[in-house]
Ligand binder design. Sequence first.
Ligand SMILES: C[S@@+](CC[C@H](N)C(=O)[O-])C[C@H]1O[C@@H](n2cnc3c(N)ncnc32)[C@H](O)[C@@H]1O
Length: 243
Amino acid sequence: MRGEASMGESGDRLGGQAAYGATRDRVETYFDSTATRVWERLTSDAPVSRVRETVRAGRDRMRAAMLARLPGDLRGARVLDAGCGAGQMTAELALRGAHVVAVDLSPSLVAIAEKRLASDLRGRVTFAAGDMLDAGLGGFDAVVAMDSLIYYTGRDIGIALARLEHRTSGPIVFTVAPRTPALMAMWYAGKLFPRTDRSPVMIPHDLRELTRAALAQGVEGRLAAVERVTSGFYISQLMELAR
Ligand SMILES: C[S@@+](CC[C@H](N)C(=O)[O-])C[C@H]1O[C@@H](n2cnc3c(N)ncnc32)[C@H](O)[C@@H]1O
């Protein structure tokens, strides 16, 4: 499945579509070719460098923090794993009994996620290669987007949240890169920039500006900063849009 997210009629939103689409294309190229093997390894038990070990540990903590925002028993709930990558969150959600729609732009990562999922959980997961904003994916009781919105501008995150909240009855739990001194130092030193021009760039956000951007795009729920995880090079802010 490869859905297009249409952003509506106003000139503002059409501008948003152009920016969103350009970032999405870069993210897709990056994760479906340049970064697939690195990502496959980072999300496995295989040995990695010290730096990547800190990232792996931070991501484990963040995954647990995100899961803690949802009920322990998800039987009967339909949950979107938006930007599922190699499927670590997908497996946890399915273990709690949810029916998970696991979508990612990268068909290669979706294939890895599908292959890794335990056979007894397979009936609980629908995998899709495509855009998380594709309305064809249906409606949800909750949405989880771990590190999948970190490349988008505040305006594009606002657009994504506005579109997702229309078809979600419960919380939307997601992460952003916060504008901390450490992340901004890396940003100015160019360390957040991948090596090739076609690759996406992580964008650190000021949380008040992010809230304003979300409101400007018509987001109706309450946006709250929940918890920050810092582990070496992994600095990530857990956010929740409560319905
Ligand atoms: C940093 S990885 C995180 C993957 C996974 N959520 C995890 O935490 O292991 C970001 C993922 O988000 C996906 N992604 C980014 N924008 C997306 C979009 N608009 N629709 C679907 N997937 C998207 C990328 O393809 C990539 O696999």
